[in-house]
Design a protein around this ligand. Structure first.
Ligand SMILES: NC(=O)c1ccc[n+]([C@@H]2O[C@H](COP(=O)([O-])OP(=O)(O)OC[C@H]3O[C@@H](n4cnc5c(N)ncnc54)[C@H](OP(=O)(O)O)[C@@H]3O)[C@@H](O)[C@H]2O)c1
Length: 325
């Protein structure tokens, strides 16, 4: 049988991590798939990449035909791949473009899609679901919330369960900063600097520390559950300049919360006997309140090259299983 063809768009950390993980495990998992194309703004348009591409990709130079961003939708449309994996950067000011256009183009040209990019899912959820229905192709995005750690996809294991609310620690960078402030007595500025030195925080950390990253994840979780929250009108407060003294015994965490009526992200002091108060360093956590099980809490990594590649592999196997039926 002919192998299922994969097109990767965006070949940075996550793209390379996924390519490497797939190369390593596909034999063991019996996956009849092959990456036939890579399109990347910096590295160009690469046809039939060999595993050795990873040694060169890390240097970030052009490895195939040069591409202009404007021509990427056409290249996606013309590609004969069966599945497109989209790993380009989140752009909030353009509400997830051009990634949304890439995903929409792939669906319209008959490809299933996987993305780890929060922008198109948080800002264009309804449109993507409509395109998915219209063209009969799947949209998967596990990596947008808690990387490969099960989050909303755990609901597939709980048929009939109704989510009443959720509460979580969905941003690892801010959790790392708060942990360092508690454990080592660092000021906010020193803890942020340390997070940047260790590569947990970007040079421009505002998406994380002002709460927007957690807010987009809150919207994505909400949409999957069926609630229509949007960024506009949502209370979003981060931890910039936070002083953790003055909360007594309590432990402040940047909490994302939603139920059907409201959604917010803000620093909240938690009791020491709350499990979430013990989620430390850059770990993430999600506590679902379900009508069948009561509280269910999941704790695990929320970012990283291989941690996010795991999410893509989970989505890929899901799509391959659906294609078989
Ligand atoms: N890294 C993680 O732990 C993690 C976890 C969960 C989700 N994510 C999400 O996954 C996505 C990829 O993350 P990453 O860490 O792999 O980022 P990255 O290392 O910056 O890689 C992104 C790659 O995509 C290219 N690119 C950017 N915009 C493009 C465009 N419009 N068209 C074509 N190529 C484009 C970039 O090229 P240039 O070098 O020219 O910019 C770069 O090679 C992001 O949306 C991120 O938010 C990441």
């Amino acid at each position: 049988m002919q192998a299922i063809r994969i097109l990767i768009v965006g070949f940075g950390n996550v793209g390379q991590g996924f390519f490497e993980l797939l190369t390593r495990v596909k034999g063991r998992l019996g996956l009849n798939v092959v990456v036939t194309e890579i399109i990347d703004r910096r590295r160009g348009h690469i046809i039939n990449p060999k595993p050795s591409i990873l040694n060169e990709a890390i240097q970030g130079r052009l490895l195939g035909d040069k591409v202009e961003v404007d021509e990427i939708p056409r290249l996606i449309s013309e590609s004969n791949a069966d599945i497109m994996c989209e790993f380009t950067d989140l752009v909030v000011r353009s509400k997830g473009e051009p990634a949304f256009t890439y995903l929409a183009t792939a669906l319209r040209s008959g490809k299933h899609v996987i993305t780890t990019n929060k922008g198109p899912i948080a800002f264009h959820y309804d449109e993507l679901m409509e395109l998915s229905r219209r063209y009969g192709k799947l949209v998967r995005f596990k990596g947008t919330v808690m990387a490969g750690t099960p989050s909303f996809n755990i609901l597939n294991l709980l048929p009939g369960a109704h989510v009443e609310s959720f509460m979580g620690i969905l941003n690892g960078t801010t959790n790392f900063i708060l942990t360092k402030m508690y454990e080592e007595g660092l000021s906010f500025d020193d803890a942020l600097r340390l997070a940047q030195q260790l590569g947990y925080a970007e040079a421009d950390p505002s998406l994380d520390i002002d709460g927007l990253d957690a807010a987009l994840k809150t919207i994505i979780l909400s949409r999957v559950i069926g609630w229509k929250h949007e960024l506009e009108g949502m209370e979003v407060r981060g931890i910039r300049g936070i002083d953790i003294r003055g909360y007594g015994d309590k432990v402040v965490k940047l909490i994302a919360y939603a139920d059907k009526d409201k959604a917010y992200v803000k620093p909240i002091p938690l009791d020491k006997n709350d499990i979430l108060a013990h989620v430390s360093r850059n770990l993430n956590a999600l506590r679902l309140r379900l009508d069948t099980l009561g509280e269910l809490t999941i704790i695990g990594p929320g970012a990283g090259r291989y941690e996010t590649a795991q999410a893509v592999l989970t989505d890929l196997v899901d799509i391959l299983n659906a294609m078989r039926h």
